[in-house]
Ligand binder design. Structure first.
Ligand SMILES: [Zn+2]
Ligand SMILES: [Zn+2]
Length: 633
C-alpha cells in the first residue's frame, strides 16, 4: 500500500501498516517522537492501520501547539488522573474523561465528597505515575466482554456506556487501570512533561439534571513546563479580570437566585450603563436613527406571524392569560414591523431606521448562564432599517462605519465574518447573488477585511457577524448585521415605489455592541475594571487629611460636581494610606488628597497609573471637560 506525506511524496508500506510503522519507515527519530497520526485530516491512534492511498501527517512532541497533538496528550493525562483517583480513593466510580479546550476533565462518583485541597495529593500521584512511566495498550473487545469486565469492577457508568456504544469497542490499559475508550492515545507517557489539576465542579451524569451529580476534576497538560507556566499566567490574568469578581468588587452588579441570569445593577453599574446608553442615543441620532418603544409582551398570534413561534418558542417565556397566551419578547423585530406597517409608506420615507434598546427575555438553560456574558435578561442596542434593494449596500456601509467608530472608541479590534446562503435558504440564487454582493461590496468599500462562512447565513438572508479580541487575546462574538427579505413579507409590509407599484421593503436587523449586559461584562474585563474617565462610576475622589479639611473638601467636591463630573468624598475614620489604597482598588481615575497646603491654586492630584502631580482647580476642570467626552483611544 501507499500513503501520501505532507510534502506530497509517496511512501510504500506493507499492507496493514500502522501510523507507527509509517513513522519508523521515515526515520527512527520520528518514530520515537511520534504522538499521533493525522489521516485525511482526522486524528488517529498510531497503532491503527492506515488506509491505502490516504494523506498522512505524523504529529510529534514538537507539535506543541497543534490542537490534535494537545488533544491526545490531554486525553492520555485524563486516564492517568482516573488511575490516580482509583488508587487514592477506593470505592470511587468512574464516568467519562474527555479532553476539552485548554485541558481535560474526568467525572467521578466519590464515596466521600472531596475538596479542592485533595487535588494536590491526586496531582502528586499523577506525577509519580509519570516518573514510573506508563504505556497504553489498546485492545478491541466484544460488548459482552467489556460489559462483564466493568460489571466485575463495579463500574456502572462504564457498563451503561458499553450498552449505548455504537461500533467497535476498544479498551485502553495503562498500569493497573483499564478504561473503555475509543482513543486515540499516546503510545506511552513520556511526552507528558507538565500536568496540572485546575479545579473541581459538579456535573450531572450525561449532562442531565435528573441524573446523579458527579464530581468533575479539571486539569491540563502540556508538552513542556514552559507552556504550562505561560498558560497558568494567562489564566491568572483572566481570573484577575473576571467580570464576575470585579463586578462585585467594584460594586457594579450582582445576581440573585430568585431571577437567574438577570443582573441587579447597582448605582455604580448604572453609571456605566447610562454612559453607554447616552453614547448609543447620541450616535444613533447623528446617523439618522429614530428612537421608538414597543411592548414587552404580545399575543402569540404575533409570534406566529413573525415565525418566532415556530423557530424560537423554546427560548421564550410565555404568559397564559384567560384564554390567550402571551409571550415576553425575545427580539424587537415584530414590534418594529407593526410600527412600519401602521402607516402608508412611500419610497421617499426610506431608508427608515427604528432604534430601540428595550428589555428582551430569552430562556437560556440555567447551566449555560455565565455572569453578564450569557444572561436571560438581554438589552440589545437594536435597530431595524427598512430600505429598498438599491439602498442595501449604503445602509450596510453605514452600519459598518458605525461599528468601526464604536470599536475604535473602546480600543477593541473587531473582526468581520460574512455568512452566505445556507442549504435551507428562502428565495432564488439570483436574489442571494444580489444580497451577498451588496454586503461584500460594503465590506470592501469600508476597507474591512473579513472572513466568509459559506452556508452559515440565516435562511432569510446573509449576515455579517462581529467578533472582537480582548486584551488577553480571547475572542468574543459581539454584534450582528443581518439582511432579511422574509419578515417584512410575512407582515405584508409594503411601500409605494416611484413606479407607483407596491414593493416589499428589505429590513436590516442590526445590534452593534450586541447586548449591553454582555458588552459591559466584556468592558470590565477589557479594562480590568479601570474604566476610562468618561465611563468611570466615580471620576474623582477627594480625601480630607484631617477633620479641619472637611468643609473645604465638600466645597471643592460641589464645584467639580456642578461642572458635571462624578465626585465623592472619603471622610471615613481610616488612615490616609488606607483611604488612598481603597481608591486605587476601586480604580478611580483621579484622587485629590486635601490637607493644609491645598487650595484652588494648588491641588495634590493622584492620577491612576501616572503618579502624583500638582494642578490648580481650573487646570483640573479643563482636563475633566476634555476627558468627559468619549474619544477613541
Ligand atoms: Zn479515553
Ligand atoms: Zn431584528
Amino acid at each position: 500500500m501507499k500513503v501520501v506525506l505532507p510534502d506530497r511524496s509517496e511512501l510504500e508500506l506493507p499492507d496493514g501498516a500502522t501510523g507507527l510503522d509509517a513513522a519508523r519507515a521515515i526515520g527512527p527519530k520520528l518514530a520515537e517522537q511520534a504522538v499521533l497520526v493525522r489521516t485525511n485530516g482526522a486524528a488517529q491512534d498510531l497503532r491503527l492501520p492506515l488506509a491505502d492511498g490516504g494523506q498522512i501527517q505524523i504529529l510529534t512532541t514538537r507539535d506543541t501547539e497543534d490542537p490534535d497533538a494537545l488533544y491526545v496528550l490531554r486525553h492520555s493525562a485524563a486516564h492517568l488522573l482516573a488511575e490516580a483517583v482509583r488508587r487514592l480513593h477506593p470505592g470511587v466510580k468512574i464516568a467519562i474523561g474527555p479532553p476539552i479546550e485548554n485541558g481535560f476533565y474526568y467525572d467521578f462518583e466519590f464515596p466521600e465528597p472531596i475538596r479542592e485541597e485533595d487535588l494536590a495529593a491526586i496531582e502528586a500521584e499523577i506525577r509519580r505515575e509519570l516518573a514510573e512511566g506508563r504505556e497504553w495498550i489498546r485492545r478491541e473487545v466484544s460488548a459482552d466482554e467489556a460489559r462483564a469486565r466493568f460489571e466485575a469492577e463495579g463500574e456502572p457508568y462504564k457498563v451503561e456506556l458499553v450498552e449505548t456504544a455504537e461500533g467497535a469497542i476498544s479498551l485502553y490499559t495503562q498500569g493497573d487501570f483499564t478504561d473503555l475508550c475509543r482513543g486515540p492515545h499516546l503510545p506511552d507517557s513520556k511526552p507528558i512533561r507538565a500536568v496540572k489539576l485546575t479545579g473541581l465542579a459538579g456535573a450531572y451524569w450525561r449532562g442531565d439534571e435528573r441524573n446523579m451529580q458527579l464530581t468533575r476534576i479539571y486539569g491540563t497538560a502540556f508538552y513542556s513546563q514552559d507552556d504550562l507556566d505561560r498558560y497558568l499566567e494567562r489564566l491568572e490574568q483572566a481570573r484577575a479580570r473576571d467580570h464576575r469578581r470585579l463586578g462585585v468588587q467594584l460594586d457594579l452588579v450582582h445576581f440573585d437566585d430568585h431571577s437567574p441570569g438577570s443582573p441587579l445593577w447597582h448605582p455604580k453599574g448604572m453609571v456605566v450603563w447610562n454612559a453607554l446608553e447616552e453614547l448609543r442615543r447620541r450616535e444613533n441620532a447623528r446617523r439618522g436613527y429614530l428612537e421608538v418603544k414597543t411592548p414587552l409582551i404580545y399575543d402569540k398570534a404575533l409570534w406566529e406571524t413573525s415565525g418566532h413561534w415556530e423557530k424560537f418558542r423554546e427560548s421564550m417565556f410565555l404568559i397564559p392569560k384567560e384564554d390567550k397566551t402571551f409571550g415576553l419578547k425575545p427580539m424587537n423585530c415584530p414590534g418594529h414591523m407593526l410600527l412600519f406597517g401602521s402607516q402608508l409608506r412611500s419610497y421617499r420615507d426610506l431608508p427608515m431606521r427604528f432604534a430601540e434598546a428595550s428589555t428582551l427575555h430569552r430562556d437560556e438553560p440555567t447551566g449555560t448562564l455565565h455572569g453578564l456574558l450569557r444572561v436571560r435578561h438581554v438589552t440589545q442596542d437594536d435597530a431595524h432599517i427598512f430600505c429598498t434593494a438599491e439602498q442595501i449596500e449604503e445602509e450596510i456601509f453605514g452600519c459598518l462605519d458605525f461599528v468601526a467608530f464604536l470599536y475604535d472608541l473602546f480600543g477593541m479590534q473587531a473582526r468581520f465574518e460574512l455568512s452566505t446562503r445556507p442549504e435551507n435558504k428562502l428565495g432564488t440564487d439570483e436574489e442571494w447573488d444580489f444580497t451577498e454582493g451588496a454586503l461584500r461590496a460594503a465590506l470592501e468599500r469600508r476597507r474591512l477585511g473579513h472572513t466568509v462562512n459559506e452556508g452559515d447565513g440565516a435562511f432569510y438572508g446573509p449576515k455579517i457577524d462581529l467578533h472582537m479580541t480582548d486584551v488577553l487575546g480571547r475572542p468574543w462574538q459581539m454584534g450582528t448585521i443581518q439582511l432579511d427579505s422574509q419578515m417584512p413579507a410575512r407582515f405584508g409590509l409594503t411601500y409605494m415605489g416611484a413606479d407607483n407599484h407596491e414593493h416589499t421593503p428589505y429590513v436590516i436587523h442590526r445590534a452593534l455592541l450586541g447586548s449591553l449586559e454582555r458588552f459591559i461584562g466584556i468592558l470590565v474585563e477589557h479594562y480590568a475594571g479601570a474604566f476610562p474617565f468618561w465611563l468611570a462610576p466615580v471620576q474623582l475622589r477627594v480625601i480630607p487629611v484631617g477633620e479641619s479639611h472637611r468643609d473645604a473638601v465638600h466645597a471643592l467636591a460641589r464645584r467639580i460636581r456642578d461642572d458635571g463630573h462624578r465626585v465623592d468624598v472619603d471622610e471615613r475614620d481610616e488612615t490616609l494610606g488606607k483611604r488612598i489604597r481603597d481608591a486605587e482598588l476601586e480604580k478611580i481615575p483621579y484622587v485629590v488628597v486635601y490637607g493644609d497646603r491645598e487650595s484652588d491654586a494648588s491641588l495634590a492630584v493622584r492620577e491612576r497609573g501616572a503618579g502624583l502631580s500638582t494642578r490648580s482647580l481650573a487646570e483640573l476642570l479643563d482636563e475633566f471637560r476634555r476627558l468627559a467626552a468619549p474619544a477613541a483611544t
